[in-house]
Design a protein. Structure first.
Length: 375
């Protein structure tokens, strides 16, 4: 955003501040005049000295206000030293003679002399060099003070606008990340339900009503957890493991003794750590799809959990079957898990996959000290 778009302050408040500042300066100067009167035996009151100082500096008050308004309306005038130097030369060239002419006018008024062009010119000529230097110093001081205040004010408003833009950008980014996370959750839940219903359908087709009813009961419990957990940002790992065991129990109704899953490290402090909900189930599902669904023998899926310093490490692996039939799927498991980790941990978690000793390995690393606490 250009600094020239900054709205200038109103004229009257600026005039009021200018008058107050100059009144304070005049009040201090009037003290010296009043002290001189006291030493000379004059009985004139202090307010007359204050009025004389204010009347003498009235043009500077207005000039201060006008400079402030000009610089506030045209911040680019303060962009570089050359422009400021040029403006200073103009002020000295035009305002200083005007100020001296006003000083001559003030002297005529204070001495109750008749106002005329000749008298004004004569008083102007009577002003000595010291008074010229004094007025030059006042003009220079006024210009420098206004430039300093306007520069600081413009810089402060620019910084505030920049900070506000940063805050708005972060809010938009946060809203976008939240919408992405919600989209991933919305993608994950129908995917999980679809696969769970497939398992129940396989049982129904086998005409095993008792097993099918048991599967429906387990599916109900799984769906209840999936729906409640999806409303939370974080769950404890022990909750996720309990859900995974129920999911495996449902899948065992389908695969029977072929389903063999070994879970290691499911005890100790690792269970107290938090993770995004429904994190482990896609990993298990992916392992089953690429193991049991590609051959007719027994499976060998392994899930291991451990703490590694400040991280929780989750490793899932399953055998590779080069000769097995390919398993068609949407590929949502690992891809969705990687995206959810990136959104939940802002780049401080990872999912890596590789092949090792005839097995496919998927390893998740994430912060063990999540800022959020599972509800």
């Amino acid at each position: 955003m250009s600094t020239s778009s900054i709205a200038p302050p109103r004229y009257l408040p600026v005039l009021a501040v200018s008058v107050l500042v100059w009144t304070g300066i005049c009040a201090i100067g009037a003290l010296s005049s009043y002290a001189d009167w006291q030493r000379d035996g004059s009985d004139r009151p202090y307010w007359q000295a204050l009025w004389a100082w204010c009347f003498t500096h009235a043009l500077l008050m207005l000039g201060t206000c006008q400079l402030y308004v000009v610089f506030s309306r045209r911040p680019p005038l303060l962009a570089d030293a050359r422009r400021i130097g040029g403006l200073y030369a103009l002020v000295v060239a035009f305002f200083l003679p005007l100020q001296m002419l006003y000083s001559a006018f003030v002297r005529l008024v204070q001495r109750h002399e008749a106002l005329s062009a000749g008298a004004l010119w004569q008083r102007l000529q009577d002003i000595d060099r010291f008074d010229w230097f004094t007025e030059f110093a006042w003009t220079s001081f006024t210009f420098i003070a206004v430039v300093a205040i306007c520069t600081w004010s413009v810089k402060r408003r620019t910084e505030q606008q920049w900070q506000q833009l940063q805050v708005d950008h972060l809010r938009l980014q946060l809203d976008l990340e939240h919408q992405r996370l919600q989209a991933l959750r919305g993608q994950l839940e129908p995917h999980f339900i679809f696969n769970a219903l497939n398992a129940i359908t396989a049982l129904v087709r086998s005409d095993d009503k008792r097993t099918a009813l048991s599967g429906i009961s387990r599916l109900s419990a799984l769906l209840r957890y999936a729906l409640t957990a999806s409303e939370r940002d974080w769950v404890r790992i022990d909750e996720e493991l309990a859900f995974v065991r129920d999911y495996l129990a449902l899948q065992r109704l389908r695969y029977g003794e072929r389903l063999r899953v070994r879970i290691e490290g499911d005890a100790g402090p690792v269970l107290e750590a938090c993770c995004p909900p429904l994190l482990l189930q896609p990993l298990i599902e992916n392992a089953l799809r690429h193991d049991l669904d590609r051959h007719g023998a027994c499976g060998d899926v392994r899930l291991a959990l451990r703490r590694d310093g400040g991280e929780v490490v989750i490793r899932m692996c399953n055998p590779l079957h080069a000769g097995g039939a390919p398993n068609p799927g949407l590929g949502l498991g690992l891809r969705g898990t990687r995206a959810r980790l990136r959104l939940a941990y802002q780049g401080c978690a990872s999912l890596h996959t590789w092949e090792e000793a005839g097995r496919f390995v998927a390893e998740v690393r994430m912060d063990a000290e999540a800022d959020e606490v599972a509800a």
